[in-house]
Design a protein around this ligand. Structure first.
Ligand code: NOJ
Ligand code: CA
Length: 485
């Protein structure tokens, strides 16, 4: 029997890309102390949980999704003790912090990988997926990197070439390719134990849980994700036993699978999920991450069809119910163009009205609540490529660097939106009709009426094909417990 921590019932998340949130020491990059300084602001949005992108030691060739030490934070954000202080300061304000766990790959600079590259056998030789020769007959559709190491062979990389895939084994190893280890190989199982230790380390320090990067892809050749689901169910059982209040949030993009696999929350995401794409993103030229499809429902021009979303969403809702999991429709994240892209603030008001009155657990990506823009033409930073434009510094006020940092403008992590009318917190704070204050009002409504909350029921009332409006009903059944004998 799986239990769901009660705090999720009214959780509202805020996602922070730590590089760009608040710099406290004038070195041009955001840090833990900066986040501490802004916790009251986060609380003012009604958010009581944070997902922070990776903050671990890393060469930052993929913004920290290339970890080189799972047990220490990157010095640019502060010390391990500073992170612990962040947990404590957040807790004082009723805010929990989930870290970003990248279990599927490390940086090529990780000491495990450096050992694994050596031709002489050692305890890390099998920690990554290596072929014995340079090319094998059945490479199982993996992206192989050749010519990197001293040892003969090529290694599997998960995303960029410098992110070697950790070896959780193969669901259906090819007997003709013995380098494809089975999931119960002792060295593969040892890695699972290491993963638990990493989680223990941060949960002991005060983390509330993890957002898990590329969750369904740890075990290879697992088309239906059955073996990966079994792995995550093991992790959930471990969490429930040792840290019953902790949560696991997946980057899976298919809640029906992810929640059954033991995750508490799963996102509906662009690309993987046409239902989500049909809501927010629309055609705007070619794009390598397939961000753009026809007309989306929240297009300023209309023409989108809410039914594309609704059909899939209702199916997912039905499927997650029995496992007491939550679907999250995020306002955005560090991988996609911002909601504001080609929209104005009024459009965003409508979108937030929707996001914050839907069931499940909303995630607000930092800056979306003031309508920060996506800057499409920025040169790539730390492996961001076309994601760079949604990772620019938070705009706090009209002071130097929009209040993000006291460093010189050419020394900050990414430039501030150069538009003269770029939105700021300070300006919107004082305007009762601003997007920021609307977002606060919506989140207040959500907290006030259980029917509008995470657990309330949802039914679609009016949803004509290709037309507006979309009308839905939210209800909440109050259980009346009789006191009579
Ligand atoms: C998904 C993360 O959200 C993204 O930013 C990263 O580049 C890839 N996974 C690889 O870890
Ligand atoms: Ca700093």
């Amino acid at each position: 029997m799986m239990n769901t921590p009660a705090w999720l019932n009214d959780a509202l998340f805020y996602e922070i890309y730590p590089q760009s949130f608040q710099d406290s020491n004038g070195d041009g990059i955001g840090d833990f102390q900066g986040i501490i300084d802004r916790l009251d602001y986060i609380a003012s949005l009604g958010c009581n949980a944070i997902w922070m992108n990776p903050c671990f030691e890393s060469p930052f060739r993929d913004a920290g999704y290339d970890v080189s030490d799972y047990y220490h934070v990157a010095p640019r954000y502060g010390t391990d003790q500073d992170l612990e202080r962040l947990f404590k300061e957040a807790k004082k304000r009723g805010i929990r912090i989930c870290l970003d766990l990248v279990p599927g790959h490390t940086s090529a600079d990780h000491p495990w990988f450096i050992e694994s590259c050596k031709s002489k056998d050692n305890p890390y030789s099998n920690r990554y997926i290596w072929t014995p020769g340079l090319v094998e007959k059945n490479e199982a559709g993996l992206s192989m990197v050749r010519g990197y190491a001293q040892r003969l062979g090529s290694f599997a990389a998960n995303f960029f070439y410098h992110q070697p895939a950790l070896n959780y084994g193969f669901a259906n190893p090819d007997p003709a390719e013995p380098w494809q280890l089975p999931v119960n190989h002792p060295e593969v199982l040892a890695l699972r134990e290491e993963l638990k230790n990493i989680m223990r380390h941060w949960l002991d320090m005060g983390a509330a849980g993890f957002r898990v990067d590329m969750a369904p892809s740890l075990i290879k050749k697992d088309e239906k994700h059955e073996a990966n689901s079994a792995l995550w169910r093991e992790m959930r059982a471990f969490i429930e036993k040792e840290y019953p209040d902790a949560v696991l949030i997946s980057e899976w993009g298919r809640p029906c699978e992810a929640i059954a696999a033991g995750f508490h929350i799963d996102f509906m995401l662009f690309g993987e999920n046409p239902a989500y794409t049909s809501l927010f993103r629309y055609e705007k030229g070619r794009d390598v991450l397939a961000w753009h499809v026809g007309h989306s429902y929240f297009d300023p021009a209309g023409k989108g069809d809410i039914n594309l979303f609704l059909k899939e969403y209702l199916l997912q809702c039905e499927a997650v119910k029995e496992h007491h999991g939550f679907i999250s429709i995020p306002s955005g994240n560090h991988d996609m163009p911002r909601l504001r892209y080609d929209r104005d603030l009024d459009d965003l008001e409508v979108i937030f009205a929707f996001l914050l009155t839907m069931p499940g657990i909303p995630f607000i990506y930092y800056g979306d609540e003031i309508g920060m823009r996506y800057l499409p033409d920025l040169p790539s930073k730390e492996g961001g490529y076309n994601r760079t434009g949604c990772r620019t510094p938070m705009q706090w006020d009209k002071s130097v660097n929009a209040g993000f940092s006291a460093a010189a403008a050419d020394q900050i992590y990414l430039p501030i939106d150069p538009a003269g009318d770029h939105p700021t917190v300070a300006e919107q704070d004082g305007d009762p009709n601003s997007l920021l204050n609307r977002v606060r009002a919506f989140s207040h409504l959500r907290k006030t009426y259980p029917a509008l909350g995470n657990l309330g029921d949802f039914s679609a009332v009016y949803h004509p094909v290709g037309e507006t409006p979309f009308i839905y009903r939210r209800t909440f059944k109050i259980q009346i417990v009789s006191s009579s004998p």
